[in-house]
Ligand binder design. Structure first.
Ligand code: CA
Length: 234
């Protein structure tokens, strides 16, 4: 079972995170400030840290800097209302592995956590696969079986996200935030996403079997080799 530490001073938020994550099978401890957080980090073993930035006393940045200086390699996902690009860049520069702006959708948090935990253990996976679809992150190539598939950068990012969340439904909102990095989604985003999905599907699915990229009507999309329905329809 994965153990997650949440450092968050807002009790309601911390409690909601703890309960939500426990429902998904994670073991969760919470700390409401930096001291408590450090104490737990030094005495317990965690697979992931969810870190709020705006904390009383030591800020999330202080905690992150100290952790990395001490050589703690635990993956850190920053959760913060401060969602400007500067904050995000500062956090990532200081050694955070990912950044999620509040408010966020819980399924999105779960998706990020899965990616970070999978990436954990200090061995970055160079390949993402599903059935005979294979993405090579180092050489930036995609193929199905022995057939190379040429993707634009955005299509590549989109497919990467879908592969990292394969067999899970991803919503257009998740794609807007994660692939297009748009925080406040407006209507035209949906069309842009759908256009990219259509193009991607044309490239990775049209000449091949089984079909992998499915539309889940009214919800979003799923990359799966276990579904036969809804291919390309909505
Ligand atoms: Ca806070």
């Amino acid at each position: 079972m994965y153990r997650i530490l949440v450092i968050e001073d807002e009790k309601k938020v911390a409690q909601a995170l703890q309960e939500g994550l426990q429902r998904h099978g994670y073991e969760v401890d919470t700390a409401s400030n930096g001291e408590e957080g450090f104490f737990l980090l030094n005495t317990e073993t965690y697979d992931l840290l969810l870190l709020d930035l705006m904390l009383p006393g030591h800020s999330g940045y202080d905690i992150l800097r100290t952790m990395r200086e001490k050589g703690m390699k635990i993956p850190v996902l920053i959760l913060s209302a401060r969602d400007s690009t500067d904050d995000k860049v500062t956090g990532l520069d200081m050694g955070a592995d990912d950044y999620l702006g509040k408010p966020f959708a819980f399924p999105e948090l779960l998706a990020r956590i899965r990616v970070l935990l999978r990436r954990g253990g200090q061995k970055p996976e160079a390949k993402r696969t599903l059935a005979d679809l294979e993405m090579d992150l180092i050489h930036h190539t995609v193929k199905r079986g022995n057939t190379s598939i040429s993707l634009t950068n955005k299509e590549f990012d989109l497919l990467k996200y879908l592969l990292e969340n394969k067999e899970q439904i991803v919503s257009r909102e998740m794609l807007a935030r994660q692939v297009w990095e748009v925080v406040n989604r407006v209507t035209p985003m949906d069309n842009l996403i759908d256009v990219h999905i259509t193009r991607l599907r044309h490239k990775i699915d049209e000449p091949f079997e089984p079909k992998l990229l499915h539309t889940v009507r009214g919800v979003g999309f799923i990359l799966s080799d276990k579904r036969k329905d809804n291919h390309g329809s909505e």
